[in-house]
Design a protein around this ligand. Structure first.
Ligand code: ZN
Length: 166
């Protein structure tokens, strides 16, 4: 297999592994904030990206994904990895969805560029398929964003504080 193809598969594998991990984290946070619907959406996306990762591993005969530092999620504002702990819990759903949307778009664009690049035909086809799947994720998240209202000016005032039950 050519080096360019190996590089492509390694990066794709790292991207999918990173996405699966981030979605699992976001799902856990949404559960902690009792946002069941968004938690389920992220859980579903974590499974899909995990399947993508496993498909690539199997195809390549690899036992584990390449170093995830080859591809990191970034915030819409810049390449820093988000410190999720700093997000206010009332902002969580919208913020998390925007973060996911940003990274799904990046993934879709990466695969789109590759699908048009001067590389072997079978890899281009593979990239085109991945691009289509990532665009589908973008659409899923857009639907959810449309259902998630903008935080109003008083978004950080908790009108219904959690009550301790112990
Ligand atoms: Zn995706």
């Amino acid at each position: 297999m050519k080096q360019a193809v190996l590089d492509f598969m390694a990066r794709a594998c790292a991207m999918e592994a990173e996405a699966a991990e981030r979605y699992a984290e976001l799902a856990e946070q949404m559960w902690a904030f009792h946002n069941r619907e968004v938690a389920k959406l992220f859980g579903k996306l974590a499974r899909i990206e995990g399947l993508h990762r496993d498909q690539i591993l199997e195809k390549m005969g690899w036992t584990e994904a390449p170093d995830p530092s080859a591809f990191r999620w970034e915030t819409p504002e810049g390449p820093e990895t988000t410190d999720y702990g700093e997000l206010h819990y009332l902002m969580q759903a919208r913020h998390a969805l925007e973060l996911a949307l940003h990274n799904e778009r990046r993934a879709a664009e990466y695969y789109e560029r590759l699908s048009e690049a001067d590389i072997p035909e079978d890899i281009r086809r593979e990239a085109a398929e991945m691009a289509e799947e990532e665009r589908e994720h973008v659409r899923l998240i857009e639907v959810w964003l449309a259902k998630t209202p903008d935080p109003d000016a008083r978004w950080d005032e908790d009108l219904d504080p959690p009550v301790s039950v112990d």
